[in-house]
Design a protein around this ligand. Structure first.
Ligand code: FES
Length: 145
């Protein structure tokens, strides 16, 4: 049912963890399955994503897609990171079963939410980025989950 790449990223997820004083943090969730994904971005003065880490409390596909998404955005510009859509993540993983497509959407939304946070912190506007729908980070400053 899952490709080898999905299994690999599920069993050996890359870039798990947090970034202290991250340039942007985005937390998104899917109300139906209850899974939650948080992305941390470290963006330098030239707008290059130097580092990206994630924490995912969710299904195996959510772990695999967030792992792949971090790999795809690392070293990229903000504009290039916006092109890392759920489709791009799925393609990089050699596909996902249809019932798991929403998991990859969470990865895309988490990147967007982290970029949105970065833009807000720096009072800038990122062309082509709109406010993430599923950002659930508000009022969660002291959360631990
Ligand atoms: Fe919800 Fe995978 S089942 S993110």
């Amino acid at each position: 049912m899952y490709s080898e790449k999905v299994m690999d990223h599920f069993q050996n997820p890359r870039n798990v963890g947090e970034i202290e004083n991250a340039s942007g943090v985005g937390t998104v969730g899917n109300a139906k399955c209850g899974d939650i994904m948080r992305m941390y971005l470290d963006i330098d003065d030239n707008g290059i994503i130097q580092d990206c880490k994630f924490k995912t409390f969710g299904c195996g596909a959510a772990v695999a897609t967030s792992s792949m998404a971090t790999e795809l955005v690392k070293g990229k510009t903000i504009q290039q990171a916006l092109e890392v859509t759920n489709k791009a993540v799925m393609e990089a993983l050699d596909g996902l079963p249809p019932v798991k497509v929403h998991c990859s959407l969470l990865a895309e939304e988490a990147i967007h939410a982290a970029l949105w946070d970065y833009a807000e912190k720096n009072h800038i506007k990122i062309e082509g980025l709109s406010k993430p729908k599923n950002d659930i980070s508000e009022g969660e400053e002291e959360d631990e989950y």
